[in-house]
Design a protein. Sequence first.
Length: 329
Amino acid sequence: MSSTVVVGLDVGGTSTRAIAVTLDGERLGVGRAGGGNPTSHGAARAAGELLAALRQALADVDPDRVRAGAIGLAGAGRLLADPAGRTAFDDAWRAAGLRCPYAVHGDALVAYASGAASPAGTILVAGTGAIAARVHELRLDRIADGHGWLLGDIGSGFWLGHQAVRRLLAALDTGGDPDDLGRRVLTRLTGSTEVAARTRDTVDALVQAVTRRPPVELARLAPLVVDAAAAGDPAGAALIGQAGAHLAATVSRIRPAGDTTPLVLGGGLLTGDTPLADAVRAEARRRWPDAPLRLAGDGAAAAAWLAARDLPEVTDPTALHAPIVRPPA
């Protein structure tokens, strides 16, 4: 099977990653390009980034060896429902020299597959936004949250930043001095820890600093909350605790108590050594004590594994997971 090659892509809003790998797990090429999400960048630009990443990954690979491919993409359903977008991706696929079929999967499924081979389980992703999904027979079965910053994403990076600014504004409204977390936020948004003699001037400056940027950029303040909590700041620790409880509650909407299938944690807030990751793991162990906890890994490799599963020569897809995906311990 070492002559058979599969291709996987992990397409996000800021980067596109591609990998060409054999069924024995030999990585023949990798590629990286800019953001390729057609929802945020448009189909033509997204397809261009897809092609750039594919060409890098296939630089030393005969495209005729590639038997299957898969793309992990946020908003996969929108691409599949858009003839123009799908045509742009088809054209990019062929321009890379590929003649094999490819599948498009939601990024939540690919994130799950990057951490677990079991056909049933749950994925929780927390980064800028937050979403949980139930997986059944390696298909997304039920989804909770992922509703965007205006209506949901509770416990996400946006939520942490939003809550931190609201706490600071409340303290200023009451005439109090900012605490440690408040000073961090004040400095990031205004460039100074100083509160003006007329407090309302500082409040107005804060409001203007936030409202003149896209709302989702409040997620950039999340690391301040994480760092404050890590330094022992009570306000930061309280927000992290609330976020962890919210994220676990989101999972509980779609995952029964006592479920023993894998729970995969993904996204920048949950895969690193952070207080929020610790809080979510603690909540998960309390609610699902017998469930294995896994971390999401290489999304492009997971997409390649999903592509390989359907090849006729693959009789044991689970056995392919470790060599192709190489999930983190």
